[in-house]
Structure formats: C-alpha cells, structure tokens
Design a protein. Sequence first.
Length: 229
Amino acid sequence: MLKIIAVIAMTIDHIALFLLNEGNPEYNIMRGIGRLAFPIFCYQLVIGTKYTRDKFEYLYRLFFFGLISEIPYDLAYGSNITEHSNVMFTLFLGALTIFVSERIDDYEKYHIFLTDKKAFLEVLKVFLKGIVLSGCVIISVVMNTSYAGIGVMGIYFLYILVKNNKNILFGIPLFCYSVFQIPAVCSFLIIDILKDRPEKRKINKWFFYIYYPAHLFILFLIKKKIGMF
C-alpha cells in the first residue's frame, strides 16, 4: 500500500511539474500532493536495505535504473544531463551510505580496528560514518540530484530511527525543511499507520524500477505532443 501511495503521489506531482504552468490553480495542489512521495520512498528504501540478501545487487539495481531513467528525466525536464539528476541517484547514494556504515560496524565485530578501547571505537566509528555521509551528500549536490544532500541525509536519518526502533515521526523535521515541503508531514503519518500492516498483495519489486523511467518518457511524449517545447 505504501508503494502504491508513493507512486500515485509522484505521478500527480510530475504531471503538474512537466505539464502545467505554475500559474495554474491546480499546480500547487498537485505539487503539494507530490510531497507525500519522497519520504515514503526513503522509508521503503531503508526497509529494503534491512532485508535485502544481496547488498551489491541492490546498489547496482538503483544505479543501473538511475542511468536508464536519466534520459527520459532530462527529456521531460527539457534540460541536458549536466543540469539535473533523477531521484534514483539520491536513493542510490542513501543506500550506499547505509551499507558502508554497516560495514564500519562490522569492522568492530571482527576486531579489525587496532584498539579495544570502547570509547575511542565509538568516536572513530562516528567519525568514519560522518566522512561517508558527507561524501555522499557532496556527490548528490554536485550531481544536483532530486532532493540532493537533504535527501541523502534524510535517508540516513530514517535508517538510524528504524535501526534503533525509534518513532518514525522523529524524521519529520528533516523532510519538512521549507513551506513547500510541509505536506510531507502527512507522509510520515501514513507511514506510521501503515508500516506494520501486512500487505494483502505484494507488488513485484521491478514495478517501480520500470514505472519510473516509463512514466517520465510518457510525460515527455505528452509534453511534446501538446507543444510545450
């Protein structure tokens, strides 16, 4: 259910972004609905990183479909590849941050760090994780990915909340960083209500990966058909 809500919200957002003018009365309403999508996708990503059996395959899939999606994304935007990067790269960098941070924790488990002083280990781990997070944030800013550094930090913060069994609502401040993003509060309420409900029908994991570039390409064709270029 969460994935379906996110996909519908994203589609509504992109219809407004690519096909409507900002002065259109429906524009702000549809973009507001679209703010529901990203926090839900981030939460789903965090859960995915927790249960995936193959971390490298998970990262490869995000990066590969990021590359595939970039062409229809730029076509829909009417920009070149150096101006924007699609949200798949933000999700990839968020997942990369999580997996590398987990590997840093594994180093302690296997006594790879050359010290047994617990306090020093904790500081060292925080320092290394900070470097990893900062690096991925910088990459997202340089690439100008959707949500950029805020998106990567948001994903990692949700990971910390889930890992430590904290209430997901604590993630609201990081995602509602502007007036435009305030509707994202609703997405956290939706996540909190639905996250523990069993899904009656499981959606094929490939659905979103295929839907994302496909719907962008369709919007590009519609935009071209109605002469918006």
